[in-house]
Write a protein that binds this ligand. Structure first.
Ligand code: ATP
Ligand code: MG
Length: 183
């Protein structure tokens, strides 16, 4: 499965609508300090369902909405879209049959948040489920930020086990078992 496109509007420093095409084998995003590289990673995590402001380097969730600058007014809404190529059928569940999937998340200043997959409104957990077992996800090992190597080195045994289970593709079964047990 490949991430092919990231779109941001009103998200952190990305005030204007910005589309980033991700060519195959993207290795690195480079740019001067403060240009928004880490904000792109935050956007990627956020659209995949990250709900902790702290994991997105903010105090509160509305720190994610463009706060305004010199002559530009603050945005009233943050939108991020992530497009995936699913031709290899790595996605399971209700959206498994689509060749291409676009996950969209938006947040308004009044705290209204919504998720959509291919323009269908879904719950946060539908988005989290979409990525389970694919190795891609808000807290997976495939997005590694500054400091995370230390976090893995210092992880408690059960956290480490979580990373290994996701890498082995079995976390999806653990999640299903947990759901069944809770019914
Ligand atoms: P470095 O190379 O130092 O790691 P970077 O490219 O990762 O830099 P980011 O951390 O992505 O930079 O971007 C930081 C910039 O984003 C700062 O200028 C900060 O003011 C801006 N920023 C963050 N949140 C918002 C917001 N809600 N509204 C406007 N600007 C924001
Ligand atoms: Mg950075």
């Amino acid at each position: 499965m490949r991430l092919t496109r990231l779109y941001l509007a009103g998200f952190k420093s990305f005030a204007s609508p910005t589309e980033i095409r991700l060519p195959a084998n993207t290795l690195a995003i480079v740019g001067p300090n403060g240009c928004g590289k880490s904000n792109l990673i935050d956007a990627l995590r956020w659209v995949m369902g990250e709900s902790s402001a702290r994991h997105l380097r903010g105090q509160a969730l509305d720190d994610l909405i463009f706060a305004g600058s010199g002559e530009r007014a603050a945005a009233s809404r943050a939108v991020v879209e992530l497009t995936l190529d699913n031709r290899e059928r790595r996605i399971h569940g209700p959206f498994a049959a689509y060749n291409e999937l676009t996950v969209r998340r938006s947040l308004d200043r009044d705290g209204q948040s919504r998720y959509e997959i291919n323009n269908t409104r879904v719950r946060r957990r539908d988005v989290v489920d979409l990525f389970l077992g694919t190795g891609v996800g808000a807290r997976s090992y495939s997005v590694i930020e500054q400091g995370q190597v230390n976090r893995i080195v210092d992880a408690k045994p059960d956290e480490l086990r979580g990373y290994l289970e996701e890498a082995a593709g079995i976390s999806v079964y653990r999640e299903r078992r947990r759901e069944t047990a809770n019914r």
